[in-house]
Ligand binder design. Structure first.
Ligand code: THU
Length: 141
């Protein structure tokens, strides 16, 4: 799959429509997200803030909940936007969250153009690492 295979205008429009679901009274910074799954579903999410600021859910969090609610699978393409429809970079935690549920090479619309999930989160810690033996290597003097 290449960036040309994705209808980025449609994905961005879905992310923009998702802004209507945002609950962001504390930051006043609404975020909408949309993704295509490998089986062709279009899913969305929005940020849901909390009076206890630190437990705010980013738009990516509700998008991943929606992924599971609608049948699971993996993300093939992703976009998130601010209230004006401008592309946003996912925060660090959400890059990790997206990585776990993406196909290798998943494409993201970013402020630097379309990037892969591996470009967005290089040398990621992922589920494969947990499967590897956790061997401690001591330096030999
Ligand atoms: N936010 C997201 O929804 N996704 C991100 O990747 C970055 C930040 C939200 C969290 C908070 O509600 C608001 O943007 C301001 O930080």
């Amino acid at each position: 799959m290449t960036a040309q295979d994705i209808d980025w205008d449609q994905l961005t429009a879905a992310a923009t429509a998702a802004l209507a679901n945002s609950y962001s009274p504390y930051s006043n910074f609404a975020v909408g997200a949309a993704a295509l799954t490998t089986d062709g579903r279009l899913i969305i999410g929005a940020n849901i803030e909390n009076a206890s600021y630190g437990i705010t859910l980013c738009a990516e969090c509700s998008l991943i909940s929606e992924l599971f609610r609608t049948g699971g699978g993996k993300l093939a393409a992703f976009a998130c936007v601010d209230k004006d429809g401008n592309a946003l970079m996912p925060c660090g935690r959400c890059r990790q969250l997206l990585y776990e549920h993406s196909i290798p090479g998943m494409l993201l619309r970013s402020t630097s153009g379309v990037l892969t999930i591996e470009q967005m989160l290089p040398d990621a810690f992922g589920p494969d690492r947990l499967a590897a033996p956790n061997v401690l290597i001591f330096p030999v003097h």
